[in-house]
Write a protein that binds this ligand. Structure first.
Ligand code: TRP
Length: 349
């Protein structure tokens, strides 16, 4: 159902976003825990640029407070934040049309969490499947108050700017449902039924789940990824070392040959060709020819991105100014929303 709704939403954006940008205001975000990889590029960066270019108003949150949901220290957070901004700009996100900001620089967004927390129950928070998964993966850590409540904070990310469209992966759907409930309950309980917050919609990506080069889930913590900042040679080495299987002839059979199918899928997404067609083309060339195809597809598709990345690396002051500008814009929007919230709650004294 979520997929069908996303398809309809995508058509509406095509038809109307240019004339009614606020109706499709969009917000997405990333946790600054490390460099972005090709999975992010295929599944989210390309899509953000596509929606931005259709005319939808866009916001991107660098979710710095979410870093400490499942770990004890922030790590190299300053470098990670800077690296994200660089990748956004290199991918084609235009800072004059898209507001890029961090949680920690937008106080009024964070303050929205207080009234929002009053609208959810402990039981509701505890059954969130994404929170449960993250807790299970956090290496025996006890459940922190932030991990338990971060979906409410994420609702503040989405609602502070009244965003209507949230491009996300499947794992984020529970957070979106909670956000919708918070919007609804806020209107009912505190605003006498007035529509202060609209309920946002998820826009699910079309990209299938990608595996890393070791055949398990693609993830920066497993070291099985090609990062956007890697060089062409590093990319070639990483792909050469990818696991495949013992069969010579290349075929696209995701169930029976997941590792081979995954490489074909990655090449297919970069080349915009069906993986089965690429499998035919490689045929008896075997794993070696397949890997050459993938390497070339990745390196050619990312050549411009990497060139822009290198240019931006020479101008760190510009990158910082983009973030400062985005933070100021987001703070102005959040201040207005918080003023409305305080007014409807009878708290403007
Ligand atoms: N939780 C998201 C992730 O881990 C990042 C995120 C933070 C986000 N705030 C958001 C995504 C708001 C969509 C909307 O990837």
């Amino acid at each position: 159902m979520a997929r069908e709704r996303s398809r309809v939403l995508d058509e509406l954006i095509d038809a109307h976003a240019a004339r009614e940008p606020a109706r499709f205001r969009m917000l997405t975000g990333d946790r600054p825990t490390g460099p972005l990889h090709i999975g992010h590029h295929l599944a989210s960066l390309r899509n953000r640029v596509r929606l931005q270019d259709k005319g939808a108003e866009t916001f991107v949150v660098i979710a710095d407070y979410q870093v400490v949901t499942d770990r004890d220290a922030v790590g190299a957070i300053g470098d990670n934040v800077h690296g994200l901004v660089v990748d956004y700009l290199a991918a084609g996100i235009d800072p004059t049309r898209t507001t890029i900001f961090t949680h920690s620089a937008v106080p009024a967004l964070n303050q929205l969490m207080l009234p929002f927390l009053s609208l959810v129950t402990d039981a509701e928070l505890r059954r969130n499947p994404t929170v449960k998964d993250e807790l299970a993966l956090s290496g025996g850590r006890p459940l922190s108050g932030l991990l338990l409540t971060y979906p409410v904070h994420q609702a503040a990310d989405i609602l502070f700017c009244h965003s209507r469209v949230v491009p996300v992966g499947r794992d984020q759907l529970p957070h979106l449902e909670l956000t919708r409930a918070i919007a609804r309950r806020f209107n009912q309980r505190y605003a006498g039924g007035e529509g202060v917050f609209a309920e946002p919609e998820a826009l699910l990506g079309e990209v299938p789940l990608l595996l890393g080069t070791d055949g398990t889930k693609m993830s920066k913590s497993r070291g099985n990824v090609v990062n956007l900042r890697d060089t062409a040679d590093e990319t070639a080495a990483r792909i050469r070392a990818a696991v495949t299987d013992g069969e010579r002839r290349i075929t696209f059979e995701p169930e029976r040959r997941p590792a081979v199918a995954n490489l074909l899928t990655i090449a297919g997404l970069f080349l915009d060709e069906p993986p089965a067609v690429l499998a035919e083309r490689v045929g008896d060339g075997g794993a070696r020819a397949l890997k050459e195809l993938v390497t070339e597809a990745v390196n050619e598709s990312l050549a411009d991105h990497r060139r822009r990345r290198a240019d931006l690396a020479r101008d760190p002051a510009y990158v910082t100014s983009v973030l400062h500008e985005g933070n100021a814009r987001a703070a102005a929007v959040a201040d207005r929303t918080l003023a409305t919230v305080r007014a409807v709650m009878g708290m403007s004294y």
